[in-house]
Ligand binder design. Sequence first.
Ligand code: GSH
Length: 183
Amino acid sequence: MKLYNFFRSGTSHRLRIALNFKGIDTEYIAVDLRVEEHLREAFKNLNPQGLVPALAVDDKVLIQSPAIIEWLEEKYPTPALLPTQAEDRAHVRALAAIVGCDIHPINNRRILEYLRKQFATDDAAINAWCSTWITDGFNAYEALLAADKNRGAFSFGNTPTLADVYLIPQIESSRRFKVDLTQ
Ligand SMILES: N[C@@H](CCC(=O)N[C@@H](CS)C(=O)NCC(=O)O)C(=O)O
């Protein structure tokens, strides 16, 4: 398998965590977002969306980190990233979706580039933008953890789940955008 990804990409980071958790080796292929390698024809031939990550498996290219992680979970079920009970799975997926659907997409590079170019937004305003949506999502995430009476050492239970796979890269990028994580 070939993993097309970028070191500072949260969605790539998700995939690296899931792959490592399941003990799967891949060939690391760097796609440098800083020089817009992802927008070049060579990469767009692999993923017409021009976004990392992409995972080449034999003659197929898988895209979209949620779809790739679900594929990994189906293909390599142990160790599992989802709990066994349907309600618990829904809870873990909801935690992941707070990050994957409601925090990450609006703080993505292309959105920030648009804000910079179309609205002359400076770095302080960009950080404020990111901080607003990250804090909003993390507050909800924290409230859900606080309400979970069976909570262990991880977002759910005592082993890493899909929720942690999404959370950790978002913490990393929150530090980059100087979000106050004290709370
Ligand atoms: N929903 C997609 C989002 C992928 C995505 O947005 N990747 C970012 C890096 S974290 C990217 O390639 N951004 C390039 C850009 O915004 O120009 C996924 O989860 O795979």
